[in-house]
Write a protein that binds this ligand. Structure first.
Ligand SMILES: [Zn+2]
Length: 143
């Protein structure tokens, strides 16, 4: 796979990966109904240190990288009419510090539910879409 700026190290050498689900509210282009959807992301957290044997160049790169999130889902399935549609106007790569400024609907909902004393509902099982070719996308903004 191609890495931005010809980075020699694999991203797995730089980051720890953790799956993360966030909810978003989107409108279906067919039936115009708005619904809440779970969107899967992968959070890549910078490791504490590089593996031994990393070159000085690798270290310089490592110093510059930041935690970021990669969106895994490109589409959601409308809960009302069943049409699959693309997630509108949302970046597929975001840096963690950008993300931190956004409200997390999951946590908010959880708080509301806890306040109301309702048990958490079972997560909806939906058909898993194939993984998108996420490494072929636009530059991730390495500087
Ligand atoms: Zn729909």
């Amino acid at each position: 796979m191609l890495l931005p700026c010809g980075m020699a190290l694999d991203e797995r050498d730089l980051f720890n990966e953790r799956p993360e689900t966030r909810s978003g509210r989107y409108q279906c282009p067919r039936c115009r109904r708005t619904g809440d959807y779970s969107v899967r992301w992968t959070r890549r957290s910078k490791k504490d240190r590089l593996p031994s044997g990393a070159s000085a160049e690798d270290r310089a790169k490592f110093d510059k990288v930041r935690d970021y999130l990669l969106r895994l889902d490109d589409e959601v399935t409308c809960t009302a009419c069943g049409k699959r549609f693309e997630i509108p106007s949302q970046q597929s790569v975001m840096f963690a510090d950008q993300f931190a400024g956004l409200p997390n609907d999951d946590e908010l909902e959880q708080e509301i539910k806890e306040a109301a004393g309702e048990p958490e509902p079972e997560p909806e099982v939906e058909k898993k879409p194939a993984l998108p070719a996420r490494f072929t996308r636009k530059s991730m903004g390495w500087k």
